[in-house]
Design a protein around this ligand. Structure first.
Ligand code: ASP
Ligand code: MG
Length: 479
């Protein structure tokens, strides 16, 4: 009983550190010191309970991805050896810089060698077969996080903190077999609780490899790019954390990209629904699925700035903010293409739409926006330009009796205006489009979701920055 009372004053936190935060040994050391400080900040006699989630070292996921593809294509065994050696070096150097305690360093270095050895075996297999499946790609890219976690845990141990590293699977992140974008199984939460809680009761800090999971059969999966945020919120929800802190090298969630909009400012508070709209619409603040686990349990997320740890950052919570601002943020997705598809008129528009969407889904094309005029039998969709070729191939496969014609345009930019207050506030759309009109910008396509938290539209690429600034100004987002 006594213990519980003291406990209530301290917090149970999940903290996630992104790739930039653990970019090298020195940064990993800084992160470890920060973790130590946060742990001791608990009030009362007991320190905070903490779970740490780490990303791969900066750019390592990209490097693994590129090399796996290259090895399968080129089949050059020499290059495999070279690549494996470089990757091992990179992690050993980081470990040596971060870990002061010789004994701990030796253990970690041994772990690095073993893991890199496993990876080398897989790459040799991929090289010989010249084939890279989604399953083997997930296995290869998982090494980024699976190498970073031992280094961070070792760094914590080296400064006297009782930490241990876990893979996503060890931590109970049990998923289906949807490689590259795996979904949590229904019983995973329970497993996570069973695996993590005893460690917290022992006053240990589990350091979990983000982004990765495991199927019931023990095969490694990943949760989609940027998935470490998602790992953190999944664990946060499973263990009923008080808060989930996502440490980034940015101020928090911003009203616009500060590189484009000069007076962009940090948003101090944003609701789950708004943050979700933002992450779906190109603001690379959060993994799009990261909000969902904590939303159910109303656990707040804080996006914290590593460069200013005292700053409160951006708080993401359940309640809509009481604000006069109808729109809070403007985002843009720069490399987008619009495809206009005209039906033949022989079939109903629902039938045409059904065929289009099913071939696009089969071709793994993600749709950013859809719009359809009522009089014309034309459907417009916006996609990432990187998927344009796939989309065109998919649409060409539809039988000629369905589609009359289609065109595409890559010289466009999709933009989204986000704010919960837009729902039910008359005149917001008017304000958006008259601001664009005043600047002489013509709008190519418009859509508004029924949540009304987001108005999205498409403009010519060359108009995008001017459009963003005009909207940022008219809604006074910078104030
Ligand atoms: N390392 C993974 C990625 O780059 C996951 C993450 O950083 O959240 O996508
Ligand atoms: Mg990353």
């Amino acid at each position: 009983m006594q213990k519980r009372r003291v406990r209530e004053k301290s917090m149970r936190l999940v903290m996630k550190f992104g790739g930039g935060a653990v970019a090298d040994g020195e940064k990993i050391k800084t992160v470890a010191d920060l973790i130590g400080k946060c742990k001791e900040e608990g009030e009362g006699k007991e320190s905070n309970e903490m779970v740490v989630v780490t990303s791969a070292i900066f750019e390592v996921t990209d490097i693994l991805h590129e090399n796996a593809v290259r090895v399968a294509k080129e089949g050059n065994m020499e290059k495999v050896k070279e690549f494996v050696e470089d990757l091992k070096k990179k992690h050993e150097v980081a470990a040596s810089e971060a870990i002061g305690d010789k004994r701990v360093l030796n253990v970690v270095k041994k772990e690095i060698r073993e893991r890199v050895g496993e990876m080398e075996k897989a790459l040799i297999g991929i090289c010989l077969l010249g084939e890279l499946t989604a399953r083997s790609l997930d296995y290869i890219v998982s090494f980024g996080e699976r190498l970073a976690a031992p280094i961070l845990a070792g760094t914590l141990q080296s400064i006297g903190i009782d930490a241990m590293h876990l893979t996503g699977g060890d931590a109970g992140i049990i998923t289906n077999e949807d490689y590259g974008n795996a979904q949590l199984t229904r019983t995973a939460e329970e497993t996570i609780r069973e695996r993590i809680m005893p460690l917290l009761d022992d006053n240990k800090i589990p350091v979990v490899s983000g982004y990765t999971g495991e199927t019931k059969k023990g095969i490694i999966t990943t949760l989609g790019r940027g998935g470490s945020d998602y790992t953190a919120t999944i664990i946060g929800a499973a263990i009923d954390a008080d808060e989930v802190w996502l440490w980034k090298e940015t101020e928090g969630i911003m009203s616009a990209d500060p590189e484009i909009i000069r007076n962009a400012r940090k948003i101090p508070y944003i609701s789950y629904a708004e943050a979700m709209e933002l992450s779906y619409f190109g603001a690379s603040v959060l993994h799009p699925r990261a909000i969902e686990p904590v939303m159910r349990k109303r656990i707040p997320i804080r996006v914290k700035n590593l460069l200013k740890p005292e700053d409160v950052g951006t708080l993401i919570g359940n309640e809509p903010e009481v604000t006069k601002k109808a729109a809070k943020a403007i985002t843009l997705i720069e490399n987008t293409s619009i495809i206009n598809i005209a039906g033949t008129g022989v079939r109903s528009i629902s039938d045409v739409a059904a065929r289009i969407f099913s071939v696009l889904a089969a071709g793994n094309v993600d749709i950013i926006m859809i719009s359809q005029g009522s009089s014309e039998r034309t459907i417009s969709i916006v996609i990432d330009s990187a998927q344009l070729e796939r989309a065109i191939n998919a649409i060409q496969s539809i039988n000629a009796g369905v589609i009359r014609d289609f065109t595409s345009n890559s010289n466009v930019c999709a933009m989204g205006v986000v704010g919960a207050e837009m729902a039910g506030t008359p005149g917001v759309a008017g304000k958006v489009f008259s601001a664009l009109g005043k600047e002489g910008i013509s709008v190519i396509m418009i859509s508004q979701g029924s949540s009304e938290f987001n108005i999205s539209f498409v403009v010519k690429k060359e108009d995008a920055y001017k459009a963003a600034q005009a909207i940022h100004d008219v809604f006074e987002m910078g104030m």
